[in-house]
Design a protein around this ligand. Structure first.
Ligand code: HAM
Length: 422
């Protein structure tokens, strides 16, 4: 396009969802609605921004998300707000705020929303991205964990996501974790000289993150580090065994991964992540886990919960393109005489009435000549073209047969509804 002004681009790490992608997303949303809806999940939408405190307390002060990835701003009245980086804390906030503990438990909710993290953009990693997520609040049954994992597996399968693997772990309770953290921190201190400087600096704050490190020295140390899975309390070990038994029954393969670390602090017990070989470095397509203390941390009554979220962009990257049906156009309305005002009015009215009669009808809007309007009709796959000659009279052209009928304008829509016959 010509013009002197400099072009403005979408901010780094964001992207436009163009009509073709909207169609793929619509298919994904329809699968989510069908799968989650039939399992009793109801859709929820929470605000795009929340009190910063919600994520500081919910997601955890020590996490990368809270420390460096949040878009926070002052609301002008001295309160700090944050563009939501994830959906679990907001859904739990809504559960508490709306007294959902009074409803039949568990409360099962799902969402399909956009989220924001100030990460370094790369393929599959954006600053604005979308997630489909589901949360079961008010049940600590292992069946709830297994049900969510099965539903996510089915969603990925329905979308044709290739090369998925499920990694599974259990974190036990926060108390077990505190003891384990001390044990791990002591182990890390004993091997301090072999660790990457970044890991060394985080021994006290978050020693678990050492499992995430990509440098060889740290990885070598971590291979023999004590594992949380070996330190679980008996009831947590039993809960985890039951989740695994249910996944076995459902025929969902998984790998136990004692090193599985996810970047959110609210997890207790079950932790899981689906990866896909079809993705590059950002291979996590969806994940989640149990968060039995989160509602309490956010000011509610002690209430267990479990959930997952999967990245829409990553699902679509890992899923094959499906052929999408072209849009149906029943009718294109154009004019024979562009200079006559009554013809413009009659054409506008004809398109509107055609839509009211249930037809997919478009009005020619560029002032094309009749010849190029017919070409355009061909390109958009219009079944009929109505050429409004004057306020009273219209030619109706059947684009398949090339036949043309001369009609009173008012008879055009009935003729189309009869299949192009008088
Ligand atoms: P999460 O692992 O942080 O978990 O995010 C879930 C999914 O969102 C990831 O597996 C990934 O597909 C996608 N995702 C995350 N960050 C980005 C990004 N920057 N760009 C594109 N996609 C991204 C959660 O958010 C938890 N709330 C999941 C959960 C629900 N746990 C319990 N309930």
């Amino acid at each position: 396009m010509e013009g002197g002004a400099a072009m403005i681009q979408a901010p780094k790490g964001t992207h436009d969802v163009l009509p073709h992608d909207v169609e793929r997303r619509r298919v994904l949303a329809a699968h989510a609605e069908r799968l989650l809806g039939s399992a009793g999940y109801q859709r929820i939408e929470t605000p795009v921004f929340e009190a910063t405190e919600l994520f500081a307390r919910g997601v955890g002060e020590a996490t990368d998300i809270v420390q460096k990835e949040m878009y926070s701003f002052d609301d002008g009245a001295g309160r700090s707000l944050t563009l939501r980086p994830e959906g679990t804390a907001p859904v739990c906030r809504a559960y508490i705020e709306h007294g959902m503990h009074k409803r039949p438990q568990p409360v099962k909710l799902w969402y399909l929303s956009c989220f924001f993290r100030a990460e370094n953009p790369q393929k599959g990693r954006q600053r604005q991205f979308w997630q489909v997520g589901a949360e079961t609040i008010g049940s600590d049954a292992p069946e709830a964990d297994a049900e969510l994992i099965v539903l996510l597996a089915e969603l990925l399968e329905a979308m044709g996501v290739k090369g998925t693997r499920l990694r599974l772990a259990s974190l036990g309770t926060p108390e077990t974790r505190v003891e384990y953290r001390e044990e791990l921190a002591a182990y890390l201190r004993a091997h301090e000289s072999e660790l990457a400087p970044e890991v060394r600096g985080r021994i006290e704050l978050n020693p678990m993150r050492a499992f995430d490190a990509s440098d060889r020295g740290t990885q070598h140390v971590m291979a023999s580090a004590p594992k949380l899975l070996d330190r679980l309390a008996p009831e947590d070990a039993e809960h985890f065994a039951q989740v695994r038994a249910l996944l076995d029954v459902a025929g969902i393969p998984y790998e136990l991964d004692p090193m599985l670390v996810r970047g959110l602090d609210y997890y207790t017990r079950t932790l899981f992540e689906f990866t896909s070989d079809a993705l590059g470095a950002q291979s996590g397509v969806g994940g989640g886990g149990r968060y039995d203390r989160l509602i309490e941390q956010l000011g509610g009554q002690p209430t267990p919960g479990v959930g997952f979220a999967a990245g829409i962009e990553r699902i679509l990257l890992a899923a094959p393109e499906q052929p999408t049906a072209p849009d149906v156009v029943d009718l294109l309305v154009t004019l024979a005489d562009r200079d006559a005002q009554p013809v413009h009015l009659a054409a506008f009215e004809l398109a509107r009435e055609a839509r009211r009669a249930g037809l997919a009808a478009q009005l020619e809007l560029t002032g094309r000549s009749l010849k190029s309007a017919l070409k355009h009709a061909d390109r958009i796959g219009a079944r009929y073209v109505a050429i409004v000659n004057d306020a009273e009279q219209t030619s109706l052209r059947d684009m398949d047969s090339g036949e043309q009928l001369e009609l009173a304008t008012g008879a055009t829509i009935p003729a189309i509804l009869r299949g192009g016959r008088l």
